[in-house]
Design a protein around this ligand. Structure first.
Ligand code: ZN
Length: 149
């Protein structure tokens, strides 16, 4: 008989793993319709409409679905693409998946913890020394402003 074991998780986040929704219906009641469309159905918000496009506030961006920390604000940069852009993620926080939808070959990024859609990652554009652009929907993330500043 296997012992019931309490899993251990790397991130200390607002949502306990046991509280994470297990079905899309559970996600649907937790999230707003727009959040659900983007996070759980890999939708995209219209460019320049997201609340964090031009945000410069210091802090940490969390996954709006599960609360996991994803991006420190000092990785955010002005890409002028209409979505919040980051040149690096917290190690292990974001996973990459090949996306061949819309007749393009792109790399989708998802929250590694709850598998929610964040956006796409692009490399080789030369925006920053890291040469990486995580193009993220504002509705997929939530900024927790730094309080010690
Ligand atoms: Zn998440």
């Amino acid at each position: 008989m296997p012992h019931p074991r309490r899993p251990t998780y790397r991130w200390r986040v607002s949502l306990d793993e046991s509280e994470l929704p297990r079905t899309e219906e559970e996600w649907r009641v937790r999230l707003s319709p727009e959040e659900f469309r983007v996070l759980r159905e890999a939708g995209t918000e219209r460019p320049w409409t997201g609340e964090y496009v031009d945000t410069k506030t210091p802090g940490t961006y969390h996954c709006r679905a599960c609360g996991a920390q994803l991006y420190p604000s000092d990785t955010k940069f002005d890409s002028h693409c209409g979505w919040p852009s980051f040149d690096d993620a917290i190690p292990g926080a974001v996973k990459e998946i090949e996306d061949r939808s819309l007749g393009m070959s792109r790399t989708e990024i998802r929250c590694a913890r709850c598998d929610s859609h964040l956006g796409h990652v692009f490399r080789g554009e030369g925006f920053t020394p890291k040469d990486t652009r995580h193009c993220v929907n504002s509705v997929s993330i939530r900024l927790e402003p730094r309080t010690d500043a």
